[in-house]
Design a protein around this ligand. Structure first.
Ligand SMILES: Nc1ncnc2c1ncn2[C@@H]1O[C@H](COP(=O)(O)OP(=O)(O)OP(=O)(O)O)[C@@H](O)[C@H]1O
Length: 765
């Protein structure tokens, strides 16, 4: 952060005493906060005991409210004690505001200082001090002890910059653990100003919280960034929820972090609206596992579902990846046409009956294959879901049988004719042969059954004629034969579900009570209504639509995946974050078209994040060489820090496995946190074996799995192999090169053509 006042160093004893004093000041405040919370708990407990003693005193509503209050207070304190390591993390010291108005959180609302707040000799008095934390706490007079980070009054903590300071003079990050304050770091937003708080000059400690946060060792889970959200990120987090918020930014600019904080912010802003749920779509289960702790650390759980794109369909979990050429066929719009044909074609699988025989009015009636085929085609006309067309097909069969029966002209009186027809329909419909025929001839199809039918190459060839080429048909059919589902199969299953439809089922009646049956009571009682809770549970189970959908790594979604995600947010507002330069999908234009279709005509609000908080400048610079090849003309985000450690280049020694293992071990010695080894997808298993026994700080990843993740150090194995993997290979390599927060080692394989210094061809100037 610019213009940090670094008036002190830890080595200066005088400064140390100022630091200790300031830590003491914050400790006092934190003690007050905890004291207040305990008071609230006691208050609530007292109310509860009192309520219990007085039995029915008070309206039921008031009693319920008390219970709820006790419950909330209890949850509050247990969270504070157990989960929030740094519950209170910020403070701003502010000049007096333009108007004297206070907001609902007890803080003054004006963003700009009052005229005359700064005196001509560049001195000023601090008029207000606000502490910022994960949740808000008021004192007994309703003055704010802690402001929730998402409240409007907290915005200046994130937004204020030395260029545009508003009322903020000093911005402080407080580091604490449990109930103990460990440290403070200050930034001065008006370094030229001499400001006084209670008559004493405002002290300034430390060298910036952002750098401290960025330098920390990484673990296998992501941390929240509440204490150091930067102004351009804050604009996205607090953007109004209407329509579509669209965020682009290079690697490490905080897109994922911003997306998660935005979910928490939206819930805070309008909890009722988002009771419909927020869905965060993530590219891989690894990234889900990496990020899922962030929301609980912000005090939000329950209403946010973070799901990998391969886990969006209930009961189906992707465990496999497709080869790039198969993925291209399965993910593109062309597959939609194939699925539509397959869903209709699957009705005619080999065991479909070729003849219908029934007896009506004492006569045997029969429909042959040709007639049945004609009826099926008529029933399938249009685009209605196949499973919902069964009643129509049944009706057409009955029409044809009626015709065949010759009964049509028997009565001139239309009423009698209609009566005859309806008893004809009733007779036939209840005939066992007819029911069995219909079940076999128009079975209810499941998405899985259709997908399984597509594994037959000849059949798929028929359905995909002039849509996929024979090579693609062969490969897709073969891939569908494997046990297990791929990420792209999931979007196909979801599409099939919508093409096939689900017939309405009769409502499940409540379990019969044997006693009721004996007494006949069951017959007298009306069918029990669903309770409100049961209804809520049922809706939650059935829910595929959300109130807000956040798509992370949006550049990777295929057209079929956009359709799947779009179905989950038909009435939602959206936040889309991504980076076209990191796209692993080969046809970005087609994907953009599908995205626009999913989002409809909703207006978009666009943002761009420009600063890379992950990679040191040395690594970012190397990665920018690949960016220039992958997306000529696009700009790299600027790295916010530098470590002085250049990327290391090595060539394969005895064997690739041995070399990689040695390099990983070397990095494990040099960093405190994690090491990621990124290889081409087809080397994943091999790479896991190479690293066996090195401990759980090191992991092997296929190039596509590295998406969104970060490590203290990474080993990127054979850039050429990764780049040659798919048409989007260079962009995937760019992802691989931008995962490290501290050190990067490149191991060249045979295809990399390294020069004497070990630098592979792709990474040379
Ligand atoms: N304001 C911030 N304060 C502290 N750390 C930050 C801040 N913004 C981002 N970071 C850190 O930078 C790293 C990169 O953030 P994140 O993973 O969200 O970036 P990204 O844009 O999603 O990257 P990619 O596109 O490569 O997946 C994370 O470790 C994150 O915690």
């Amino acid at each position: 952060m610019a213009a940090q006042a670094q008036q002190e160093t830890a080595l200066d004893p005088a400064q140390d005493s100022v630091r200790d004093r300031e830590i003491g000041v914050e400790q006092e405040h934190l003690d007050r906060v905890y004291h207040r919370l305990e008071e609230k708990i006691h208050e609530a407990e007292f109310l509860m005991r009192d309520a219990a003693q007085r039995g029915q005193v008070g309206t039921p509503g008031a009693l319920a409210e008390r219970d709820a209050q006790v419950f909330r207070a209890g949850v509050h304190l247990s969270r504070l004690n157990n989960e929030f390591e740094d519950f209170l993390f910020g403070r701003i010291d502010l000049l007096p505001g333009k108007d004297g108005k206070k907001g609902p959180d007890g803080a003054y609302t004006a963003v700009e200082p009052a005229e005359g707040a700064v005196r001509p000799d560049n001195t000023a008095d601090i008029a207000e001090t606000l502490h910022i934390g994960r949740i808000g706490v008021l004192d007994e007079d309703y003055a704010p002890l802690v402001i929730d980070w998402r409240a409007p009054a907290a915005a200046p903590f994130y937004r204020s910059t030395p260029v545009d300071p508003g009322r903020v003079v000093r911005r402080r990050v407080i580091r604490s653990k449990g109930r103990r304050v460990l440290g403070v770091e200050d930034d001065l937003m008006r370094p030229e100003l001499k400001a006084f708080l209670d008559g004493h000059e405002l002290p300034v400690i430390g060298d910036g919280a952002l750098m401290a946060a960025l330098g920390q060792a990484r673990s296998h889970t992501m941390r929240d960034i509440v204490a150091s959200i930067q102004a351009e990120q804050d604009l996205v987090i607090r953007a109004p929820a209407a329509s579509v918020t669209y965020v682009e930014g290079g690697p490490g600019t905080g897109k994922t972090a911003v997306a998660l904080h935005r979910a928490a912010y939206l819930l805070y802003q309008d909890r009722r609206r988002y009771a419909g749920g927020i869905l965060i779509v993530s590219p891989t289960p690894l990234l889900v596992a990496y990020t899922e702790g962030v929301l609980p650390s912000l005090g939000e759980e329950g209403q946010v579902a973070i799901r990998a794109i391969g886990s969006l369909v209930d009961g189906a979990e992707a465990t496999l990846y497709d080869a790039p050429s198969v993925a291209r066929a399965k993910g593109s719009y062309r597959m939609l046409k194939v699925l539509r044909k397959a869903a209709r074609g699957a009705l005619e699988l080999n065991d479909s009956p070729q003849r219908l025989r029934v007896v009506a009015f004492g006569r045997r009636l029969e429909l042959q294959a040709e007639e049945l085929e004609r009826i099926r085609r008529t029933a399938l006309g249009g685009t209605a879901p196949v499973n919902l067309l069964r009643p129509r097909a049944r009706k057409l069969l009955l029409d044809a049988l009626w015709e065949r029966s010759g009964a049509a002209g028997r009565h001139a009186d239309p009423e009698l004719a209609a009566e005859l027809r309806s008893s004809f329909d009733e007779d036939i419909s209840s005939e066992d042969d007819f029911i069995a025929f219909l079940d076999a001839w128009w079975p209810e199809l499941s998405p899985r059954a259709v997908l399984a039918a597509m594994a037959d190459e000849r059949r798929l060839g028929r359905w995909a004629r002039r849509i996929l080429n024979p090579g693609e048909v062969r490969k897709v059919a073969r891939s569908l034969k494997r046990d297990g589902l791929t990420v792209h199969d999931i979007a196909m299953l979801d599409e099939l579900q919508s093409i096939l439809g689900t017939p309405a089922r009769p409502r499940k009646r409540r379990e019969l009570d044997p006693l009721d049956q004996l007494t006949g009571l069951e017959e007298l009682m009306p069918v029990r209504e669903e309770s409100q809770r049961e209804r809520a549970e049922r809706l939650a189970q059935e829910r595929i639509e959300y109130a807000h959908v956040i798509v992370d790594e949006a550049q990777d979604l295929t057209p079929m995946q956009w359709r799947m995600v779009g179905r989950r947010g038909r009435h939602a507002t959206w936040t889309i974050v991504g980076d076209p330069a990191q796209s692993s999908w080969s046809d970005p234009d087609e994907a953009a078209e599908a995205r626009d279709e999913a989002l409809g005509t909703r207006p978009r609000r666009r943002f761009r994040l420009t600063v890379n908080y992950r990679n040191p400048a040395e690594i970012a610079e190397l990665a920018s060489k690949v960016l220039a090849l992958a997306m000529p003309g696009s700009e790299s985000p600027s790295a916010v820090r530098s470590t002085g450690v250049e990327p290391r280049f090595t060539v394969l020694r005895e064997s690739l496995g041995q070399t990689v293992r040695e390099e990983a071990a070397r990095l494990l010695d040099r960093v405190d946190g994690t090491v990621g080894v990124v290889v081409a997808m087809n080397r994943r298993e091999e790479a896991r074996r190479w690293l066996a026994g090195l401990g759980d700080r090191v992991v092997a990843l296929g190039s596509l799995e590295a998406k969104g993740l970060e490590y203290d150090a990474t080993v990127v194995v054979s850039p050429a192999e990764i780049a040659d993997e798919s048409p989007a290979g260079l962009r995937v390599l760019y992802v691989a090169l931008t995962r490290a927060t501290q050190q990067l080692t490149i191991v060249s394989g045979e295809r990399d053509e390294p020069n004497a210094a070990g630098v592979p061809d792709l990474l040379r100037d």
